[in-house]
Every structure is written in structure tokens, then in C-alpha cells.
Design a binder for this molecule. Sequence first.
Ligand SMILES: Nc1nc2c(c(=O)[nH]1)N[C@H]1C(S)=C(S)[C@@H](COP(=O)(O)O)O[C@H]1N2
Ligand SMILES: [Mo]
Length: 429
Amino acid sequence: MLKTKTIKPAASGGLLDRRSFLLSGIALSSAYSLKALSASKAGEGRIDTDMPVWAKTPGHNDVEYGLPSEHEKHIKRIQAKNTPETSTFSMWHTPIENQRGIITPNGLHFSVNHNGIPEIDPQQHTLRIHGLVGRPLKFDMESLLRYPMVSAIHFLECAGNTAPNAVSLTALDQDCQELYGQISGAEWSGIPLKYLLKEAGIKPEAKWVIVEGADGGSHARSIPLEKLMDDAIVALYQNGERLRPSQGYPMRLLLPGWEGNTNVKWLTRLEVTDTPAYTKDESGLYSDILDSGEIQRFSFTMDVKSVITHPSGKQTLPDKKGFYEISGLAWSGHGKIKHVEVSADEGKTWAKAHLEGLVLSKSLTRFTIPWRWDGSATTLLSRATDEHGRVQPTRDQWRKKYASYSFNHYNGIQAWHINSDGRVENRYV
Ligand SMILES: Nc1nc2c(c(=O)[nH]1)N[C@H]1C(S)=C(S)[C@@H](COP(=O)(O)O)O[C@H]1N2
Ligand SMILES: [Mo]
């Protein structure tokens, strides 16, 4: 029997105190599923009748490079179709609601490609450092692989992630992948860029570096030298294997916490300068238009943000009431997540969620909180705070700051409405 009386509430709307929930001696199967299977029927467990065929016959051999189970084929990236067929621009979204933990599998990492994915021969690829340096340098892959490397877990988020919630006047009925799919988390390994810049010898008047990729459109951004001497990595590995072509094979710039666009893929050239270049990639799409009409250039850092990934848009809760674990992701380009609050009553009361596993700087952070749904329509919200005290704004607060058609750097609080039939919908509150 489930001793529900010992479980303390954490806030109204059915949010539960995690400690008392876990201590209450719940048999998880009965708490979470009304259809719990019982294995104690007489005769059950006999080899001849009850064992499935795969437990009675030899399995098949393994393959050279493993793939997910056939039964998981529906978990895949989706292409955002907001560009003409003729365009070489492509954008693929991560199914973030199917991910657990904080690492996105390489095959599911989101990707944004302004001029397609170049097919680079690593033997012929080079990285040049020139401009305001004592001695210009040119590296090939072989020489770079000899440098000491570091590994760090970071999120990567496109500045345009969740843009529909910024610009659409009504909340579109979209799922987490559609609204939040331009973010992923990975362990990146490579060479701290400061090693290479120091070796080249930066001249005192240097302040910026123009960073360029080897793709067709010569994607380029101007980056303050300070960031590159801080935590920037020339990434060669992604989650333990060499970068995928869509992530910049054979090398990319990784700027922890900074807008996706500055993380130049297929990295080939670093020109040290004293002023920014105002390239097409930073002056057009990646300037923010404020409500005052002013243009904010070089807004690099991705702000504190969170989203409940389960339950989330277009999902349907299988039981009309009962126990669920609310789970989601929070991140901040400024540092670590300090806490995430969850509300199950449209923001009237809030409870602090549990931060699960690693809580790292500029990384996805997993949060969970147990919830007992009473079956009535309600709205779930999550609100993240980072270690610098930055708190996610409401959608209205965010929209007051930016022009009505401005869509980059949206980090408003997400609301998921739970209908009484269990269907979850995007909602503005
Ligand atoms: N060379 C080059 N780098 C690039 C891009 C590009 O089109 N070309 N796209 C940028 C954008 S807009 C984003 S959001 C990130 C996405 O990184 P990912 O494709 O590895 O997820 O790469 C950035 N780096
Ligand atoms: Mo982007």
C-alpha cells in the first residue's frame, strides 16, 4: 500500500517534497503506474511458456559502429522548414524532450548551417593565426593533435532558439523540439585557444579576433580577445569522438556560454585586430533590436533559461491523474545554475526542484520534482536562477525590452498547460 499521507507537499497544485516522497517507501511501480504488473501469479516464470523468444535463442553479432535500437528510430532531429528550397541554409532541431541527463548524443546534436556542410579533407585543412601577432602561425591537424587538451561539458544554443514564443502573438501549439530544439549539451575536448594565441605572440594594441570558417560562405565573427584568452577551446572532439561534420569537423571554435553563431565551425583563420570587422554574420541577423529602436550589437552571452521537458508540448499524460516526475533543463551562459523553481498553479506558488547529477558552469543542468496530478486543468512553469542572481524574466518582461519583431536571445519563462484530458500545450501566461 502506498502511504501517501507521509508525503509532504512542496507547493500547491500537487508539487511534492522530494525527500518525503522518496522516504515514503513508495513502490515506484504502483506510484507511477496504475497498470503495475504483478509477477506473483501461479505458474508465471516458466521457461517453456513465458520466456520471450529472444531469451531462448542466440542473438546476432555486433556491428562496427553502433546505432540506436530499431525501436528508437522515431527519436530523430527535425529540419526547421522556414527557408526556401533553393537555400543552402539548414537548421536541424534536437529532440530535447527525449534526452535524459545533460549530454546530447552526437547524432542528435542540433545544427545550423548557413552555407551547407563542407566536406573537408582533414589532411588538407589548416588553421592560421595572423594579424597583430609577433609571428603568424599555421597549424595542420597533425601538429594540433600534439598540443595538451582539455575537456569541458557545455551547452550550445542558437541565439534564435525559442523564437516563436518571442514573436508569435498567440502561443503556437508546438512541442519542445520545435520550440527549444536549437540547444544541445556535449563534452567538448580540444586545445585552449590561449595556448595558440600566446605562441603567436599577441601585440599590445590587439583587442579583437576575426574568426573564420572554411565553409562556402566564409562564416566569420569578431570576438573580443579577452574571451579567447579565457575559456575558448579549439574543439576537435565531441563526446569522446572526433567532431561530426555538422558540428565543424575537423575543428570548431567553442565559446562556452556564448550565442551559437560565434562558435565558428570548420575553423580555419584567426585574424588578430584592434577593431571588429562588422561581418555580414554579426551585423545583420545577430544584432538585437531593442524596444527603443536602438540596435544592440555584440550581445554574446546566452542568458539564464529553463524548460520543463517532461511533461511538455504535445505530449499526453497517460493516466488522467496520479504521480509524475516533472523533469527539465536549465542553463546560463554566465555560469552555474543556482536553483530552478517549478510552479504547478500558474505561478501562484513555487517549489525548488532537485538539481540532478552534475551542476556545471555554462552547461545544461537537469532538474526534477515529483508531482501528483489531480486530473484538473493546470499550468506548469519553471524559473531558473543562476549563481550571479540572474532570474528568467516573464514573457511580458522580455518583450518590453525588445522590439516586437526581435527574436534573438529569448529566455522568457515557459508555461505548459495541462488539459484535463492530459494533453500538454504551449501557453502564454
Ligand atoms: N562556419 C560556420 N560556423 C557556424 C555556422 C555556420 O553556418 N558556418 N552556424 C552557426 C550557428 S548560427 C550556430 S547556432 C552554431 C550551431 O552549432 P552546431 O551546428 O554544431 O549545433 O554554429 C555556428 N557556427
Ligand atoms: Mo545560430
